[in-house]
Design a binder for this molecule. Structure first.
Ligand code: IDD
Length: 628
């Protein structure tokens, strides 16, 4: 039997219309449901017509899983979807937010704050191209990236996921959408989703909207803003992303002026879909509709009603667990993170709940059809019906030498020189490669996990050197200096050791431990010990360059005078060689501060353009280095 929707020669609209009219309500609602891979299987895909599967942060088929293992997993789920009555392929999504960061051996690029410092949209686009290749190498066609948050307060645990405090920088960096998806053909209708082909991936502009403007940077909290503030600061990245054909938008856990974004019909349906004419699909954040209520999931019927009515098209769902207090025998409520595995709610709760509300006219079928039409538009447009199964043709791209060189270039271009010696005519940088004996110190000098930060192999990231393949800053230094130069590494040396060491100079690498989301919320922003002790023990005895590894500006004013030179390196990722390339002058410093470097946290929030602006180093700052 000829099935119009299966005919790639048919126009997109005709295929969507033909398929939609064939679908039962159950099949439509299945398409709107996204489940986590841990609860997915070919049978579940088949029996519930599931539209999408995702890997949450750190969720992989196995430890150090190979590309083949990823491909086998994705294809197993896909075979279930293709065996359904209508054979609608599922789409697998993952957070590739600084390279394919869930995957062992992938190239890990600098987090977005470092890319904002480069000021090079074309570089960021090239990173998008490379990331798409590595994601496709593992059989995955959809990434929950880019985050186009405009972080306005560095106390926010996700500030490093934001390119800049300045919306014009964030707007420029949406070039990454062109890298990930491919460049939308000139003259395309505005707002339509676009993916060029099988070496590209569906992108996701997130988190809509105002995620970076929450009060005191409290994650998932409330953004208080005027209409002008929302449009001029937080919305601008969406305008450019939609013009570039971004295929999906993820809604933010946070609220705007007290209204939960996951229940915000005015902004999701009114502005994004109607005014901006966005034609891709809107996806919830993971458990996003559950968090419409406090505590989360405490009125799931309302969550379904409010979320779907607001205009969410695909619901990221996963098992919800509730902690029972054994001795009290009562159901505890409270923040999601306190909930433990006890009583798993099944995702059929979403499917049954939504089915009930449609059958009882609480949610109109037209809303369901709008959601499914958008989901199908993306799946047809990207060629998923024609090429649903993953293959191994791109496996060689994962962590390739070419991509690591690109990441190394990005690291070089992300390093901001904040201080260089005590005066212009006595610069410390670039350092001489031939130097007798040098000291390398600090918690972050020999720690690949710390230099990658959160969202790396594990959701929260990892400390240490076994998490994946890469180059630590220490090993980069060793391979850059002259063969006759002795490199001594002491993580946290005593002052007297430094004093008696007869070192020509020292490089101190300190900063923040890895973190993600709420775990990164921080009201004091001090460098965790032993960072400050290492700085004073070393820099008090020998001229030193301090490299700060952090997702954001930190309190450094108390130590500025003792630090000979200061380099903000952000979260560089696996290619630590880029740091040594610049410290030793093989390349110059070109980056500028993408964020204001405050003096004290009591000044926050403080952003470029504010009336009261008294930073330690202003937005756009870069120190000059001596001409070599
Ligand atoms: O990984 C999927 C999405 C990701 O794309 C979003 O940027 C991010 O807000 C997010 N948080 C969780 C998540 C948070 C807490 C517990 C479990 C999961 C899941 N996700």
């Amino acid at each position: 039997e000829y099935l119009k929707y299966k005919d790639p020669k048919q126009p997109l609209g005709a295929r969507i219309k033909d398929l939609l009219r064939r679908m039962t309500l159950e099949e439509k609602i299945g398409q709107m449901t996204q489940i986590e891979r841990t609860v997915a299987s070919a049978d579940v895909m088949r029996n519930y017509y599931i539209g999408s599967v995702l890997s949450g942060g750190g969720s992989a088929p196995s430890q150090e899983a190979s590309p083949q293992a990823w491909i086998n997993m994705v294809n197993d789920f896909q075979s279930g979807s293709l065996s359904t009555r209508l054979g609608i392929p599922m789409i697998y999504g993952i957070d590739a937010v600084h390279g394919h960061n869930n995957v062992y051996g992938a190239t890990i690029f600098p987090h977005n704050v470092g890319l904002g410092a480069t000021g090079e949209p074309k570089l960021v686009r090239r990173i998008g191209v490379a990331t798409a290749l590595e994601v496709r190498a593992t059989g995955i066609p959809y990434v929950f990236a880019p985050c186009i948050a405009v972080c306005r307060d560095p106390r926010w645990g996700r500030c490093y996921e934001s390119y800049s405090e300045d919306p014009s920088v964030v707007r420029a960096m949406t070039e990454v959408v062109n890298g990930l998806q491919g460049e939308i053909p000139k003259g395309s209708r505005l707002g339509v989703p676009f993916v060029a082909g099988k070496k590209n991936v569906v992108a996701c502009a997130k988190h809509y909207v105002g995620d970076g403007g929450t009060t005191r940077g409290i994650n998932e909290n409330n953004t208080v803003t005027s209409w002008h503030g929302l449009l001029s600061i937080h919305m601008t990245g969406y305008f450019t992303s939609i013009i570039k054909g971004v295929s999906t938008v993820m809604v933010s856990y946070s609220s705007v002026n007290g209204v939960k974004m996951h229940a915000n019909r005015d902004l999701v349906t009114g502005i994004l879909k109607k005014t901006l004419r966005f034609r891709g699909f809107v996806i919830s954040d993971w458990q996003g509709i559950d968090r419409i209520t406090t505590p989360p999931h405490s009125n799931y019927s309302y969550s379904i009603y409010a979320g779907i009515s607001a205009g969410i098209d695909m619901v990221g769902f996963f098992q919800v667990y509730v902690q029972f207090s054994e001795e009290l025998g009562i159901q505890l409520t409270g923040d999601f993170n306190l909930w433990q595995i006890m009583v798993p709610y099944n995702y059929t709760e979403l499917i049954d709940g939504l089915t009930y509300q449609v059958n009882n006219n609480l949610i109109p079928v037209s809303r369901i059809d709008d959601a499914v039409r958008r989901i199908l538009r993306v799946k047809f447009m990207m060629g998923l019906f024609e090429d649903p199964m993953a293959d191994t043709s791109l496996v060689y791209q994962l962590g390739s030498r070419e991509h690591r060189e690109l990441a190394r270039e990005a690291v070089r271009k992300s390093l901001v020189l904040l201080k260089n010696g005590e005066s212009v005519d006595k610069p410390l940088l670039p350092l001489p490669k031939k130097a007798g004996k040098i000291l390398v110190a600090g918690s972050h000098a020999d720690n690949l996990g710390s230099q990658c930060g959160g969202w790396t192999i594990e959701w929260q990231g990892l400390s240490g050197n076994n998490l994946t393949i890469g180059t630590t800053i220490l090993s980069a230094i060793k391979s850059t200096v002259d063969l006759t130069t002795q490199v001594v590494y002491e993580e946290n040396p005593e002052a007297k050791y430094v004093k008696s060491g007869e070192f020509s100079y020292a490089i101190v690498v300190v900063g923040e431990p890895p973190y993600a989301e709420t775990q990164g919320d921080n009201l004091n922003l001090t460098i965790p010990e032993p960072g400050p002790s290492t700085i004073s023990n070393v820099c008090g005895e020998v001229k030193c360059v301090v490299v700060i590894i952090s997702g954001r500006p930190l309190v450094i004013e108390p130590y500025v005078n003792m630090m000979g030179a200061i380099v903000a390196a952000w979260l560089p990722g696996t290619e630590g060689q880029g740091v040594a390339d610049v410290l030793f002058g093989d390349y110059g410093f070109t980056a500028k501060l993408p964020r204001t470097w405050f003096r004290r946290v009591d000044q926050l929030p403080m952003n470029v353009g504010d009336d009261h602006y008294d930073p330690l180093y202003p937005f756009g700052q870069r120190e000059r280095e001596r001409e070599i």
